[in-house]
Ligand binder design. Sequence first.
Ligand code: HPA
Length: 275
Amino acid sequence: MSSLRQQVIESAGFIRARFGDCSPAIGFLTGTGLSDTLSDLEETDRMDYADIPHFPKATVASHTGSLVRGKVGDKELLVFKGRFHLYEGYGPDMVAFPVRILQELGISVLILSNAAGGINLTFSPGEIMMISDHINLTCKNPLAGPEEPEWGLRFPDMTQVYDPKLRELALTSARELGIPLHQGVYAGLQGPSLETPAETRFLKVIGADAVGFSTVMEAITGVQAGMRILGLSMITNINDPDAPAPTTLEAVVDTANRSSKKMNRLLSRVIQRMD
Ligand code: HPA
């Protein structure tokens, strides 16, 4: 067994010991400025990332860095509030570490939220895009390296990363709630420098609707783990190569915060209706 898998087993064992019998079906990783989006979550347990053995430390100010167990309606969830990014210097293994823990805990549904820049000019800041597919432009892959057969297939199929049934459920829920929900392709870059107008033009040409610095490592890992994945991007700014406007982290976090109620309502309904 690799030392990484040994670490995951120890981390999951620690969480199991602290949270008691811990086998919810749903895991949720929150994105930049979105840690507290799921305000309907009734928290039952919490631990700091710093307490979890082998767990990477969260560095971005907008990520609170705690693992929360809670309920939305009768559905139990484990929520990792705060992510790890390649741009912080973590390797793909560490970025995917929370997903490996969820796998070890037997979780079968993975929800990923993120803040993203809109490439599709029909989008507006504050709107939500459900990820229909992604393009991994990080030049990294969390499955590269020595094979760990216990974790799944060496060459997992990637034709349906984002679960069609969950996507359908999200579309129906959004319609019922009167929340506009776009669908589109998420381009995952390493960052942290934002895109030049020429890069934005390139992303558009290759079929991206939104761009961000997260999600793809976790999604690839989730696929190998056999998880059903739902990805939601909060569009915090629009990148128009013909009218480039500067983007700041503050503006991204501010837009994410302002639109988080909408994200909560959507997520809350989707979670409660999951089978
Ligand atoms: N680019 C990359 N990541 C982002 C952006 C962006 O424009 N907005 C929010 N996250």
